[in-house]
Design a protein around this ligand. Structure first.
Ligand code: ADP
Length: 494
C-alpha cells in the first residue's frame, strides 16, 4: 500500500522552508530560502510580505518538482510560522499595504511603557496571558493604523485584512478565499482571550483595533481549506496550523503536563505543557495555548528569550570572529573556562522573565587576559544561563520539576551548548532524531486532520531520542557560574 506524505510549511524569522515528511516522521525533502530582514531605524525590524509568500511558494513547488511521486501522495499541508509578526493587506487586491513588522521590532516600546504606567497590564495578562511588551502583535497593528496614511479609514471600511504570517500564507495559498488563523497564533496578538478562546472586545478597544480586520480563529487541527489548484498542481487540503513554538511542542511530543521543550534558533523559547487549566504566571512568564484540538485547549507556560543563535550570528557577522557558526564550538572549548567573562545578549531588550525592552547587550568581566575564545564561550554559555532563569521561574509557577529537557533548533548542533545546558540545569538534555521539530509538529497536525494519525498517542511513537547529555559538573561550580551570570545581568534588569 502506498503511504501518505505530509507537507510542512515552516516560515521562520530567517528563512522560509517546506519539508516533506513520510507518515513515519522521516524527512523526504527540504527546500529553503533565506529571508531578508530590514532595519529601517534603530530598534525597527521589517520583512517584505511578498518575499515571505514568494519564497514559501517556491519552496513548496521545488519539493513537488524534486520528489513528484512522494508529493503526489501528500495527504495534507501543515503551516507553522514565526509568531507575532504583523501583516496588513488589501482584501480587494491581496497586496500587502506595508512591510511586515517583525516580532523583534521595538518601535512601540514607549507605548507599552505607557500601558503599564496607566495600569492596563493586569487586564492584558488576565485576558491574553501576555505582558505589555512590544513583542506581541497588537501594538504593531495599532502603530500601522495610526501612522500609515489612509489605513485606519480602510480598516474601518472593511477593506483591510490583518494576519500573522500563518494567516497571510493561508490567504495566499487558498487564492484569497480563506482568512483564518489558529488558536496558538491568535493568542500571540494580545487581542485574543485565551480563556474564552475568542477575540476580546476590551483588548480590541484598548488598542483601538476594528474587528473587521481580524481572521477567524480555528483549532490547530481543522479544515483550513485547500490550496488553489494552480499553485501546487492540485488542490491539497490544509489541515494543520500552529505558531512555531507550539508546533515544536507537538513535534517534541510533549503531551503530558510538566513536559518541557526548549528551542534554540534565532531566539530561545521554552514551553512547559501545563494541561487543561489556564493558569496565570506569577513570575512574568507567558500563558499560552499549547494546542487546541476538537475544541479543547491544552495550555503551556512559555519563556521567550529574544536572542539565542542571533548572538552567534553577531559574533560571526558583526565581529567576524569565525566564518561558520559551527566553528564556535571548537573555539569555545579551546579555553578551559569563561575566565569570568559573561555575555548578556540583550540586543533587542530582555525577554522572559525580566522583560526590559530598553536593555541592550553587554559583555562584562573583561580583563587583559580575555580572548575572543572567552567571548565566544560566554555567548554559548549564555544559552544555558538564560534557560536556567526560565526554568527557575517555571518551577516557581507550577508544581512541575521536569525530569528531562527536550531541546531542538539550530544551536543544538553544538555539543558544548547541549552539555553546558545539562550541566547548568542539572538535568539530562535530550535531542530528538528529527531536529526539525517545528515542521514535524505542523506535519503531525495536518496528519491528524487527514486521518494519517488516529490521535496524539500515535505521535508519541514518532519521537525518537538521538543524543542525551547527562549533567556532569559539581554543585559548587554550577552555583559559582550562575552567580556570575546574575551579577552580569543585574544592571540590565529594570
Ligand atoms: P531559526 O529557525 O530561528 O531561523 P535555526 O533553528 O535554523 O533558527 O537556528 C539557526 C541559529 O543557530 C543561527 O542563529 C546560528 O547562528 C545558530 N547555529 C547553527 N549551528 C550552530 C552551531 N553549530 N553552533 C552555534 N550556533 C549555531
Amino acid at each position: 500500500m502506498t503511504q501518505p506524505t505530509l507537507l510542512a510549511i515552516d516560515q521562520g524569522t530567517t528563512s522560509s522552508r517546506a519539508i516533506l515528511f513520510s507518515a513515519g516522521g522521516d524527512i523526504i525533502a527540504v527546500k529553503q530560502k533565506q529571508l531578508t530582514l530590514h532595519y529601517p531605524q534603530k530598534g525597527w525590524v521589517e520583512q517584505n510580505a511578498d518575499e515571505i509568500w514568494d519564497d514559501t511558494l517556491w519552496a513548496c513547488r521545488s519539493i513537488i518538482k524534486e520528489v513528484p511521486d512522494e508529493a503526489a501522495r501528500i495527504a495534507g499541508i501543515g503551516i507553522t510560522n514565526q509568531r507575532e509578526t504583523v501583516i496588513l493587506w488589501d482584501r480587494e487586491t491581496g497586496r500587502p499595504v506595508h512591510n511586515a513588522i517583525v516580532w523583534q521590532d521595538r518601535r512601540t516600546a514607549d507605548f507599552c511603557q505607557s500601558l503599564k504606567q496607566d495600569g492596563h497590564e493586569p487586564l492584558i495578562t488576565e485576558r491574553s496571558g501576555l505582558l505589555a511588551d512590544p513583542y506581541f502583535s497588537a501594538t504593531k497593528v495599532k502603530w500601522l493604523l495610526d501612522n500609515v496614511e489612509g489605513l485606519r479609514e480602510k480598516a474601518e471600511g472593511g477593506a483591510l485584512a490583518f494576519g500573522t504570517v500563518d494567516s497571510w500564507l493561508l490567504w495566499k495559498l487558498t487564492g484569497g478565499s480563506v482568512h483564518a488563523t489558529d488558536a496558538t497564533n491568535a493568542a500571540r496578538t494580545m487581542l485574543f482571550n485565551i480563556r474564552t478562546q475568542q477575540w476580546d472586545d476590551a483588548l480590541l478597544s484598548l488598542f483601538n483595533i476594528p474587528r473587521s480586520i481580524l481572521p477567524d480563529v480555528k483549532d490547530n487541527v481543522a479544515d483550513f481549506g485547500h490550496s488553489a489548484p494552480d499553485l501546487l498542481g492540485r488542490a491539497i487540503p490544509i489541515g494543520g496550523m500552529a505558531g512555531d513554538q507550539q508546533a515544536a511542542l507537538v513535534g517534541q511530543a510533549c503531551f503530558a503536563p510538566g513536559m518541557v521543550k526548549s528551542t534554540y534558533g534565532t531566539g530561545c523559547f521554552a514551553l512547559m505543557n501545563i494541561g487543561k487549566e489556564c493558569k496565570e504566571s506569577r513570575h512574568r512568564l507567558l500563558t499560552t495555548p499549547a494546542y487546541r484540538i476538537n475544541g479543547e485547549t491544552t495550555y503551556a507556560i512559555e519563556g521567550s528569550i529574544f536572542v539565542a543563535g542571533a548572538a552567534i550570528q553577531w559574533l560571526r557577522d558583526g565581529l567576524g570572529l569565525f566564518k561558520d557558526a559551527a566553528d564556535s564550538e571548537m573555539l569555545a572549548t579551546s579555553v578551559s573556562d569563561n575566565n569570568g567573562v559573561y555575555f548578556v545578549p540583550a540586543f533587542t531588550g530582555l525577554g522572559a522573565p525580566h522583560w526590559n525592552p530598553y536593555a541592550r547587550a553587554a559583555i562584562s568581566g573583561l580583563t587583559r587576559e580575555s580572548t575572543a575564545a572567552h567571548i565566544i564561550r560566554a555567548a554559548l554559555e549564555a544559552q544555558a544561563y538564560q534557560t536556567l532563569d526560565l526554568m527557575d521561574a517555571m518551577h516557581s509557577d507550577t508544581s512541575h520539576d521536569p525530569a528531562v529537557i527536550r531541546a531542538d533548533g539550530g544551536l543544538v548542533a553544538n555539543n558544548f551548548v547541549c552539555q553546558f545546558l545539562a550541566d547548568m540545569l542539572n538535568k539530562p538534555v535530550e535531542i530528538p532524531a528529527v531536529t526539525e521539530t517545528t515542521a514535524l509538529g505542523a506535519a503531525c497536525l495536518a496528519g491528524l486532520q487527514s486521518g494519517v494519525y488516529g490521535g496524539l498517542h500515535e505521535l508519541e511513537n514518532i519521537w525518537q531520542c538521538a543524543r542525551r547529555y547527562e549533567p556532569c559538573i559539581g554543585a559548587n561550580d554550577r552555583k559559582a557560574l550562575y552567580e556570575g551570570w546574575k551579577k552580569a545581568l543585574e544592571p540590565l534588569i529594570p
